[in-house]
Ligand binder design. Structure first.
Ligand SMILES: Cc1cc2nc3c(=O)[nH]c(=O)nc-3n(C[C@H](O)[C@H](O)[C@H](O)COP(=O)(O)OP(=O)(O)OC[C@H]3O[C@@H](n4cnc5c(N)ncnc54)[C@H](O)[C@@H]3O)c2cc1C
Length: 294
């Protein structure tokens, strides 16, 4: 893989610590992280990894992925350098590695309204579309027009309308296919910048008041269960503040497991299992993870 990347001048780094690249700031080592800077480098890296039968994972900002404690037996393809944004009137296109906060700032600066509710989600555009991330009554699919995907099976890039992407609560077609998000087009509407910034700032204050944003986490660990918030159920079990090693159920929001310093992935997973067992024993509800394990 490395010879191929060097020949094609595709950027990569070896032996990268997950403590540096994961949102949770824990974990072991990733032997190879590839950083494509363009669609052609992205597709070339994906096809090469598949051709060599190397285990690979595309990652955005790793804000929803728990890394392993040891050495990851595969390659990460990070989209962090694919972050260009452009606009044609009110239709705005962002590459997959662009962060939602950066996209939201760009839109606010240009008096375009669309992603204010999503502006505090620390996701990349690709990761947010994969998860159909949402907050404050809005999901990313609500503001999308279309997505440019790389279809691994046909080895082609295609533009798909949002109606073709099977969006539902925290679900998209990308979870069940070999397609990857290259970029996305967003429908926006004109609104004075001041009004947009005001909305972002109100929602950001609300987030800071309710979520433990000063400590590393992966956001809500579990999905809502039949519309019921997992955080409320975990709280009812008296688990706020429960800790193992450096990982703890947040005192501020029982749906978050935070890294209070020195946590391992094993600590985090043990807490996940304890919360699931407690909620099942008390309420007969089976919690399902929103986060992923690498
Ligand atoms: C403090 C905090 C607050 C959060 N608040 C919210 C919230 O309000 N609402 C919410 O929904 N989530 C929230 N999250 C969770 C998280 O930000 C989202 O799940 C987000 O969508 C993950 O994006 P990412 O770029 O970090 O993806 P990653 O964690 O890097 O990857 C997640 C998945 O997306 C896939 N993926 C990444 N890029 C691509 C691509 N280009 N093409 C195809 N698949 C891709 C990966 O393979 C992986 O399966 C929060 C997390 C934190 C840490």
């Amino acid at each position: 893989m490395q010879d191929f990347l060097t020949e094609r001048n595709i950027k990569y780094r070896k032996d990268v610590s997950f403590k540096k690249i994961s949102f949770l700031k824990l974990g072991g080592i990733c032997p190879l992280v590839v950083y494509p800077r363009s669609e052609s480098e992205f597709s070339a890296a994906l096809l090469k990894a598949r051709g060599l039968r190397v285990k690979f994972k595309v990652v955005g900002r790793m804000s929803n992925i728990l890394p392993p404690d040891g050495i990851f037996a595969g390659v990460l393809i990070s989209t962090s350098l694919m972050n260009h944004i452009s606009a044609e009137g009110t239709l705005v296109r962002a590459e997959c590695g662009c962060s939602l906060p950066a996209l939201s700032s760009y839109l606010a600066k240009n008096s375009l309204s669309a992603t204010e509710e999503l502006s505090g989600i620390p996701a990349s555009v690709g990761g947010a579309i994969y998860m159909n991330a949402g907050a404050y009554g809005r999901e990313i699919c609500d503001v999308l027009s279309s997505v440019r995907v790389f279809d691994m099976n046909a080895s082609v890039f295609r533009e798909l309308h949002k109606n073709e992407l099977d969006f539902s609560y925290r679900h998209s077609v990308f979870q069940d296919s070999e397609m990857y998000v290259a970029s996305a087009a967003f429908d926006t509407r004109r609104l004075p910048s001041g009004a947009i910034y005001e909305k972002i700032s109100k929602l950001s204050a609300k987030r800071r008041a309710n979520q433990p944003l000063t400590l590393p986490s992966l956001g809500s660990v579990f999905k809502r269960s039949n519309g019921i918030s997992a955080a409320a159920l975990i709280d009812e079990c008296g688990l706020k503040g429960y800790c193992i090693g450096g990982a703890a159920i947040s005192e501020k929001h029982a749906g978050f497991i935070v890294n209070r310093g020195g946590a391992t992935a094993a600590d985090y997973r043990k807490i996940v299992e304890i919360a699931k067992a407690a909620v099942f024993d008390s309420f007969g509800v089976k919690l399902e993870e929103e986060i992923e394990y690498l």
